[in-house]
Design a protein around this ligand. Structure first.
Ligand SMILES: Cc1cc2nc3c(=O)[nH]c(=O)nc-3n(C[C@H](O)[C@H](O)[C@H](O)COP(=O)(O)OP(=O)(O)OC[C@H]3O[C@@H](n4cnc5c(N)ncnc54)[C@H](O)[C@@H]3O)c2cc1C
Length: 585
């Protein structure tokens, strides 16, 4: 290898979903990128359930940096057509409460639907396919990528860094991004790992299975539970005191080619310390058998890969950026799989890091201060998720408490996604990527509306009530009453939502076109002053336009496939190869 083939602007350690997306974005804008992945593709990865802020963030990333291939991950229709038919659909977040030894009660469940087309629904990523797809996209944009290349060390000098690989020699780069996930190398080398400063203390046992039945086949009938979307069409959370279990099916859409279902048991570490004398598999099934409705769902299930059992799931680093390096979020910290925050925080960081690195390379100025925003907002989001998750584990004590606390989460989802939508609406009018800069200005920074003082106050006051309950300072009834009071006083709840009615267990309603219009109209004309003008200022036109585009692209894909099949019956020659877009270097 020639010496100049070993020198790059940015080196990315780790070729998972985060590293490959960052590499693609940078290469699209002329940065010389080296991507080093220790294993190969496809390879197993965890982090499968998306949330609206992940998919909206992906749409922003694709448009801001002009990489349409990233947008294929943003809706389920595009994902299964362009990326993999092994992925599942997520039309809802379903939460079902369980008591030991009892079948689930029909009125002890809640639901939050994801957006309908054109902006949804969300997806269950079969990560090995999604990550392999992104790896190939990165290569097609000009990233120099090597698989099976483990980076063992990085030595920093004044003008850059030298990356030492196990089998492929050394490389030079002006800047290093560690996208190595939870076992990332830089935090170890630089001594950044610290005892997680988080209240959440949980551990996880997970695997992939076949034979997991759709929960709708064993749950009480729909007339009794009254949830609008089938449980099996989304990410299902079985909740119980001190824990929860995820069910993420990949076989739940009509054209799926997968039989797999991801399952993961999450346990409060203090209530359920990790036993020394029980295998992960045995422990998993012991918990499943405690809850009759869960046991019925799993009666024909078997694992197709080894069970993974973690110690404490939380990890943390002292900081996210330093002199000529930064960590992607999953190399830095993690809280818990609950609420699927990992990819949302990663995409938020990629949006903020991309333009900073492009400018730094162009100006040959990698001053750490340029990247301080990333440090602040990544850490702040992890602190927020720690509050959200730790209070959820407390709320799992009692269904009514969960039913109240869950509403706080749904409201933060509304304001988080709407912030991203604000930028998308402006982009639709101007086609100027600079309009995405507002996402790094108040009140839109971070995720989940956390930068908005009204959302922050509503969240903090509700959290404090739950913590007071845990400390024995408030009764359960007073805690629940306080949460509804805070929600009501915030003025943030759309009048078309049933958030203040405990009997309404899907308080947001659904996000199909008409209910969506009703929320937009409330936001634009009837919401209080602190909402109006900052949120819901537009969107009807955007949604309408995207609906037509989604419909016509489905039609076009259908008719072009029919056309190709008929053609291939009669002709051997074609020019399909000439229609493929040229690599964009
Ligand atoms: C149990 C669990 C469940 C989760 N569930 C969800 C969920 O449902 N939804 C969600 O949004 N998020 C979830 N997450 C978080 C999610 O997994 C991460 O946010 C996401 O995978 C981050 O992607 P990444 O590319 O940064 O890292 P990864 O996907 O971890 O990829 C890191 C890559 O770096 C490579 N690598 C590591 N070290 C080196 C080295 N020294 N040299 C070369 N290569 C290296 C690895 O081989 C790997 O391919 C979950 C996390 C856990 C732990």
């Amino acid at each position: 290898m020639q010496e100049d083939q070993r020198v790059f602007d940015v080196a990315i350690v780790g070729g998972g979903i985060g590293g490959t997306m960052l590499g693609t974005v940078l290469a699209r804008h002329g940065v010389r990128v080296l991507l080093l992945e220790g294993s190969g593709h496809p390879r197993f990865a965890i982090g499968e359930s998306t949330v609206p802020e992940t998919t909206f963030g992906l749409r922003v990333l694709a448009r801001r940096y002009d990489v349409p291939e990233i947008e294929h991950l943003a809706t389920n229709a595009a994902l299964r057509r362009h990326v993999s038919s092994n992925c599942g659909v997520k039309r809802n977040f379903g939460f079902v409460y369980h008591r030991e030894g009892e079948p689930t009660r029909p009125d002890e469940c809640t639901q939050y639907p994801t957006w309908g087309p054109p902006l949804g629904p969300d997806s269950h990523y079969f990560r090995q396919d999604v990550d392999a797809y992104m790896f190939h996209v990165a290569v097609s944009y000009g990233v120099t990528a090597y698989t099976h290349t483990m980076v063992d060390d990085v030595k920093f000098e004044e003008d850059g860094a030298t990356l030492v690989t196990r089998d492929r020699g050394s490389f030079r780069a002006s800047y290093v991004v560690d996208a190595g996930g939870m076992r990332a190398m830089l935090p170890e080398r630089l001594g950044l790992r610290q005892e997680p400063p988080y209240r959440t203390r949980s551990r996880t046992i997970f695997t992939h299975m076949v034979g997991v039945r759709p929960f709708d086949a064993v749950s009480p009938p729909r007339e009794q539970h009254r949830m609008p979307s089938p449980f099996s069409q989304g990410t299902l959370h079985h909740m119980f005191q001190g824990g929860w279990l995820w069910v993420i099916p990949f076989d739940n859409q009509s054209t799926s080619t997968s039989e797999l279902c991801s399952v993961g048991l999450n346990l409060d570490l203090d209530r359920y310390p990790r036993p020394d004398d029980v295998s992960a598999e045995e422990e998993f099934w012991r918990h499943v058998r405690r809850f009759p409705s869960v046991a019925r769902q799993f009666e024909r299930a078997r694992a197709v890969r080894p069970y993974v059992s973690t110690d404490r799931t939380q990890f943390a680093s002292q900081k996210v950026v330093g002199d000529r390096w930064c960590l992607l979020p999953h190399a830095s910290d993690f809280i818990d799989p609950l609420f699927s925050s990992g990819l949302a925080v990663t995409v938020m960081a990629l949006n903020a890091l991309g333009h900073r690195l492009i400018d730094a390379v162009r100006q040959d100025d990698f001053d750490t201060a340029r990247f301080a925003y990333l440090d602040h907002w990544t850490k702040r989001m992890f602190r927020f998720y720690d509050d959200l998750v730790s209070c959820s584990y407390i709320a799992f004590d009692d269904f009514d408490l969960w039913n109240a606390w869950n509403r706080v989460w749904t409201l933060t989802t509304l304001y988080g996604t709407n912030a991203q939508n604000q930028a998308a609406v402006t982009y639709e009018k101007t086609h100027d990527p600079a309009c995405f800069d507002i996402l790094e200005m108040p009140p839109y920074r971070g995720l989940r509306g956390m930068d908005n003082p009204w959302v922050e106050r509503m969240f903090d006051q509700s959290r404090d009530a739950v913590l007071a309950y845990r400390a024995g300072e408030l009764t359960k009834e007073k805690t629940i009453a306080r949460i509804y009071e805070v929600l009501g006083e915030s003025g943030l709840v759309p009048s078309v939502w049933g958030t203040l009615d405990p009997g309404n267990r899907c308080p947001s309603g659904v996000f199909t076109l008409w209910p969506l219009m009703k929320i937009l109209l409330w936001g634009k004309y009837r919401s209080p002053r602190h909402v109006r003008g900052s949120y819901f200022t537009g969107g009807a036109r955007l949604v309408g336009k995207e609906a037509v585009q989604a419909y016509t692209s489905e039609l076009r894909a259908g008719s072009s496939l029919v056309h190709q099949t008929v053609r291939d019956m009669w002709l051997n020659w074609n020019r399909d190869w000439a229609r493929r877009p040229a690599p964009r270097k």
